[in-house]
Design a binder for this molecule. Structure first.
Ligand code: SAM
Ligand code: DTB
Ligand code: SF4
Length: 365
């Protein structure tokens, strides 16, 4: 690539976000030589973010299993025998205790997920109380409760919910292979209700469900069509859970996964792109490539909803190794406290690792 081309692309990286990407344009990005694609994604990333800052969220399942939906990837669907222990809606105190623990470990956002098609009114009352108590700790709040109508979205927003997560999951064409109990249009309607109520939108999808490359491009096209773009875009690698219809689906090549992260970064330049589920099965190099491709958010803590996530100590070691730091929140009163807890944990771990390395050197000498 010539210097002139690099300069033109650097200008392009600062252009306002677009919502009209054609499938052909997106497929052309996917088809770029890998190094060119990553370079371009880095330029866009650096034009909008501190490239070494990563937003850190912790997840909690507040109501587990027996879901009436038939999402073929999901261990919580009541349609499949996955051996999961079902749980009723957790008590508010337990949720707040978990949120405090996540905050002490350094998370800035607490995401609560329920295996519902949509919340019932009596459950919503409890959930609203959870939102206000978790928010009162000084954490950002996120919930994923299934479909919500306009009135439910407004009540969640009024309780102080910052983000609502609802994924498009895959392309419109492939969607029917994965879920039959609700439509793509239903999902778009929930996202519109969330936006209308004034909350921030968290929406992404899952890769590695046997979809074609074109489906990955079409999923990202749908997300980029949302106006404004979702503030948060989780890109999940399928976690293959025994008992689900997708347990034996072929692995997605990690390089294809990284390409999708890079394309998401280019299409949605100011959004946080989350390297979401699937990190436990990923090696450090793949995760490092994902950060290089523009991912700047993770789930932190030993569990996702029902499946595992890398141990917090492993993530702190990875941050130290890569020179990453937790993103500083702009609106949080307890900013300094949040920052110091994860950075403090990071610093302690780094100095322990250094002492261990020195001790090792000493024995070699
Ligand atoms: N029931 C709500 C819903 O579907 O909107 C909220 C919880 S649901 C578990 C949240 C998201 O988790 C799904 O939309 C899907 O993208 C993701 N997910 C579920 N199972 C997964 C798996 N096995 N691997 C990767 N992502 C998964
Ligand atoms: C998202 O996109 N991924 C998270 C969160 N949003 C709710 C959930 C991942 C779930 C992985 C399977 C499990 O742990 O049950
Ligand atoms: Fe239910 Fe959500 Fe799982 Fe689908 S993804 S089965 S809606 S918990």
């Amino acid at each position: 690539m010539s210097d002139l081309m690099h300069a033109t692309q650097a200008d392009e990286a600062r252009k306002p976000p677009r919502h009209d990407w054609s499938l052909g344009e997106i497929e052309a990005l996917f088809a770029l030589p890998f190094n060119d694609l990553l370079f371009r994604a880095q330029q866009v990333h650096r034009a909008h973010f501190d490239a070494n800052a990563v937003q850190v969220s912790t997840l909690l399942s507040i109501k587990t299993g027996a879901c009436p939906e038939d999402c073929k990837y999901c261990p919580q669907s009541g349609h499949y025998a996955t051996g999961l222990d079902k749980e009723k809606l957790l008590e508010i105190e337990k949720v707040v205790a978990q949120a405090k623990a996540a905050q002490e470990a350094g998370a800035s956002r607490f995401c609560m997920g329920a295996a519902w098609r949509s919340p019932r009114e009596k459950d919503l009352d409890v959930v609203l109380e959870m939102v206000s108590q978790v928010k009162a700790l000084g954490l950002e709040t996120c919930m994923t409760l299934g479909m919500v109508d306009g009135a439910q979205a407004s009540r969640l927003a009024a309780a102080g919910l910052d983000y609502y997560n609802h994924n498009l999951d895959t392309s419109p064409d492939y969607y029917g292979e994965i879920i039959t109990t609700r439509t793509y249009a239903d999902r778009l309607e929930t996202l519109a209700n969330v936006r209308e109520a004034g909350m921030k939108v968290c929406s992404g999808g899952i890769l590695g469900m046997g979809e074609a490359p074109r489906d990955r491009a079409a999923l990202l096209q749908q997300l980029a069509r949302l106006e404004p773009h979702p503030e948060s875009v989780p890109i999940n690698m399928l976690v293959k859970v025994p008992g689900t219809p997708l347990e034996n689906v072929e692995d997605l090549d990690p390089i294809e996964f990284i390409r999708a992260i890079a394309v998401a970064r280019i299409l949605m330049p100011a959004s946080h792109v989350r390297l979401s589920a699937g990190r436990e099965q990923m090696d450090e190099s793949t995760q490092a490539l994902a950060f290089l491709a523009g991912a700047n958010s993770i789930f932190y803590g030993d569990r996702l909803l029902t499946t595992g996530n890398p141990q917090a100590t492993r993530d702190r070691a990875l941050f130290a190794k890569l020179g990453l730091h937790p993103e500083r929140r702009s609106t949080c009163q307890d900013d300094a406290q949040q920052q110091s807890s994860l950075e403090g944990a990071l610093a302690r771990q780094t100095s322990q690792a250094r002492s261990a390395a020195l001790a090792y050197d000493a024995t070699q000498a």
